[in-house]
Design a protein around this ligand. Structure first.
Ligand code: BGC
Length: 282
């Protein structure tokens, strides 16, 4: 089966479309429903079910989630309701929709899609896809193989939490112009370049639509930096690839909805760090 429904859960909208997973093309117009206030599991489950019914496709469904996803469980919730932490969301959606649901982190889905069908097509080395939006998502891909849940938006740059300081939300919150924001993004990318030496950075999320504003300012010594090509379809396409089995199976999930004893443990949020204390004058 190659036409699979992909659903992308985002901070402001939940979007779905059938995808031809051999070509990465959407086979019908995308449908978008605003994300319910608070983004709690029950409310999101209802929207996902509505999208599945709307398209009426047979077969498995791929769904993205903006947090850590391990063996079908959602283990962190930086920008959604805390009730997601520790939930077997894969089983929750599977029971609600009556379809086999495969869950994947949103940036990992976007990364898989960009690497196969977008700006990383044909790239042979290491690709780091970063999505700048409410948060910063990351996907690390080496020769087509994804290392899931890298969560590089949560790195610390001295006393700055990368996502809180350099996301698109931070740009809006701090009223930065594009040059000012690019300076922050460049500091972050330079650090990632030092850690991972990617051949290519792909910059996705909402800002990929405005590449002309930042592209001239985001240059690195060793890695190339390019805007994502699939824009806001990347998550939908990657989710469908995952469910079609054309991406590595990252989510073999137990079937119950409550966290079980052998369910993976939720990630602990790291407390905000204080700025290092200044040495006292003698
Ligand atoms: C989450 C990531 C997610 C990113 C983009 C971060 O806050 O921890 O899992 O990929 O936001 O939505």
């Amino acid at each position: 089966m190659s036409v699979i429904l992909g659903i992308d859960i985002g901070g402001s909208g939940i979007k779905g479309a059938p995808v031809d997973t051999r070509t990465g093309k959407l086979m019908a117009e995308r449908r978008r429903i605003p994300t319910p206030e608070g983004a709690a599991p029950d409310a999101i489950r209802a929207v996902v079910t509505e999208l599945v019914q709307h398209f009426g496709l047979d077969g498995p469904v791929g769904v993205t989630f903006p947090g850590i996803v391990q063996r079908g469980h959602t283990l962190s919730a930086a920008n959604v309701h805390p009730d997601w932490v520790g939930l077997n969301a894969d089983a929750l959606f599977t029971e609600a929709t009556g379809h086999e649901v495969h869950l994947i982190n949103d940036a990992d889905a976007a990364g898989l899609a960009e690497a196969r069908f977008g700006a990383g097509q044909g790239e042979d080395g290491t690709v780091l896809v970063l999505t700048f939006g409410t948060g910063i998502g990351s996907a690390l891909i080496h020769r087509g193989t994804l290392i899931p849940n890298t969560e590089l938006g949560h790195l610390w740059l001295r006393d700055k939490h990368a996502e809180t300081w350099a996301s698109d939300r931070a740009r809006e919150r701090d009223d930065l112009n594009w040059k000012q924001w690019s300076k922050r993004a460049c500091t972050y990318l330079q650090h990632l370049e030092l850690l991972f030496s990617p051949d290519l950075f792909i910059i996705g999320g909402g800002i990929s639509k405005k590449a002309e504003k930042w592209q001239g300012h985001l240059k690195l010594d060793r890695s190339r930096v390019v805007p994502a090509r699939l824009l806001n379809e990347a998550g939908i396409i990657g989710a469908a690839m995952m469910a079609a089995g054309t991406a590595p199976d990252l989510d073999a999930a137990p079937s119950e909805t409550a966290p079980s004893e052998d369910a993976p443990k939720p990630a602990k949020a790291r407390p905000a760090r204080k700025a290092p204390a200044r040495p006292r004058k003698a």
